[in-house]
Design a protein around this ligand. Structure first.
Ligand code: GDP
Ligand code: IMO
Ligand code: MG
Length: 428
């Protein structure tokens, strides 16, 4: 079973970083297929915390290959920062990191557009990370994006940049009535990252085909989560890429017939950063308690995450949409101190039961969760590494979750560190 896609089940921050670092121990290639440095994937290695935004979460396991695929949008400055950070921590990147020549670039004007659009009074606020993700993907789809390959020839890069610059300048000055950048400064800013980009740039699609032909174990790393998918999430309160499993095929160039398994990462409760519907959100003491115990602050922006109970409707939707056949349950320890725990098992809209996640954010906003209540366990599960050691009520909660969603957990995470893990089944 060599090719596996790993996806977030909820609205991101499910603990994909920790889970993928663990799964990478038995994997040859780890490849990011979408998103950009809006992602923040936290990994602890020997007690030291790392937050990865672009580089795959497998980088801390020696001897594997990490790929940033064509579906990712790359801010060269963010990439440089991450490369420097990892190198100074002693992580080997040469011959271990490969970046697709087909990937699109995030430029400073994308970041400016993101910020202008978020501060506009006419537009609905999405609560983006302000990293220029949406505007960069918009240029890609409009077919005037700048790609990694354009950095090979400085003259081509300058020419393309100039044309794009003039278009954006006109919009900023005439439509938004805002100051814009200086071209020479922009070019100097961008070109300084050329060496780093060129050093790692290659045809990653061909590389992956080769690895798959050699029967190597490949893990496709999704960023964000199912409910933030541009098509299947809570549009418009979503990110600008396909974070669901299908994105792995287009974002890496892997044929759908080569995907063997999809693993979903799901948190024992739910969080969301930014705007948009969130049926099980708790705006009370329980929500605060989840946020405090779970340290629920954005790994990228530091914003407090909205917190709520586990949503079985969302999990079932993600399972069917992605074809998830195994799950990793994270942060069960965060529920340790609750007297009772609720799980959403269905929605009601205008008093009527709805069959699943409705396709409209407006309708989801008006859905009321139907809860099933479970007794808490009121004892620490932090760091437990065997299922037998879990308190009975925690075991019962986990069993019931499996019944509600219809898929079993292969791993249960009881803390942020590698060893704080109950391994039930291996990936391969
Ligand atoms: P990602 O974006 O899905 O990789 O998740 P983030 O890294 O943004 O957020 C998950 C947070 O939970 C990080 O701070 C992790 O270190 C932490 N974490 C992961 N698994 C567990 C767990 O089982 N228990 C606890 N308490 N924290 C965890
Ligand atoms: P990881 O990979 C949680 C959210 C933003 C906002 C929306 C659009 O760490 O799980 P964008 O900047 O992408 O245009 O913002 O998506 N968002 C995330 N929320 N985890 C993430 O990544 C996210 N990446 C984007 O908060 O609501
Ligand atoms: Mg995150």
């Amino acid at each position: 079973m060599p090719v596996v896609v790993v996806v977030g089940v909820q609205w991101g921050d499910e603990g994909k970083g920790k889970a993928i670092d663990l799964l990478s121990e038995e994997t040859d290639v780890i490849a990011r297929y979408q998103g950009g440095h809006n992602a923040g994937h936290t990994i602890y290695v020997d007690g030291k915390q790392f937050v990865l935004h672009l580089i795959p979460s497998g980088i801390f396991r020696k001897d594997n290959l990490c790929i940033i695929g064509n579906g990712v949008v790359i801010d060269p400055a963010a990439l440089q920062e991450e490369v420097d950070q990892l190198k100074s921590a002693g992580v080997e990147l040469d011959n271990r990191l490969a970046i697709s020549v087909r990937a699109n670039i995030i430029l400073p004007y994308h970041q400016l557009s993101d910020q202008v659009s978020e501060s506009s009074n006419n537009r609905q606020k999405i609560g983006t990370t302000g990293r220029g993700i949406g505007p960069s993907y918009a240029d890609k789809i409009a077919r005037f994006g700048i790609r990694v390959e354009d950095f090979f020839d400085k003259d081509i890069l300058k020419e393309k940049l100039k044309v794009n610059f003039e278009d954006k300048q006109s919009i900023f000055q005439n439509v938004y009535k805002k100051d814009f950048l200086d071209f020479d400064q922009l070019y100097d800013q961008v070109i300084q990252y050329r060496d780093t980009l060129m050093h790692f740039a290659t045809d990653t699609q061909a590389m992956l085909q080769q690895k798959i032909a050699e029967n190597k174990k490949v893990l496709c790393e999704g960023a964000q989560g199912t409910m933030l998918d541009i098509d299947h999430g809570t549009y418009p309160f979503v990110t600008s890429s396909n974070s669901t499993a299908g994105g792995a095929c287009t974002g890496l160039g892997i044929p759908p017939t080569k995907i063997d398994r999809v693993v979903g990462i799901v948190k024992a409760y739910t969080t969301r950063v930014g705007g948009g519907p969130f049926p099980t959100e708790l705006k009370d003491k329980n929500g605060e308690q989840l946020g405090e115990k779970g340290h629920e602050f954005g790994a990228t922006t530091g914003r407090p995450r909205r917190c709520g109970w586990f949503d079985g409707v969302v999990a079932r939707y993600a399972i069917s949409l992605n074809g998830i056949d195994k799950m990793v349950l994270t942060k069960i320890d965060v529920l340790d101190s609750f007297d009772t725990i609720q799980v959403c098992v269905g929605y009601r809209h205008n008093g009527k039961e709805v069959p699943g996640v409705p396709p409209s954010a407006k309708m989801l906003e008006n859905c009321e969760p139907v809860y099933k209540e479970f007794p808490g366990w009121k004892t620490s599960t932090s760091g437990i590494d065997s299922i037998d050691q879990l308190p009975d009520n925690a075991k019962r909660y986990i069993d019931e979750l499996q019944k509600i969603i219809g898929v079993d957990f292969m791993t249960i995470s009881t803390g942020p560190e590698r060893h704080q893990t109950i391994q039930i089944e291996n990936l391969f």
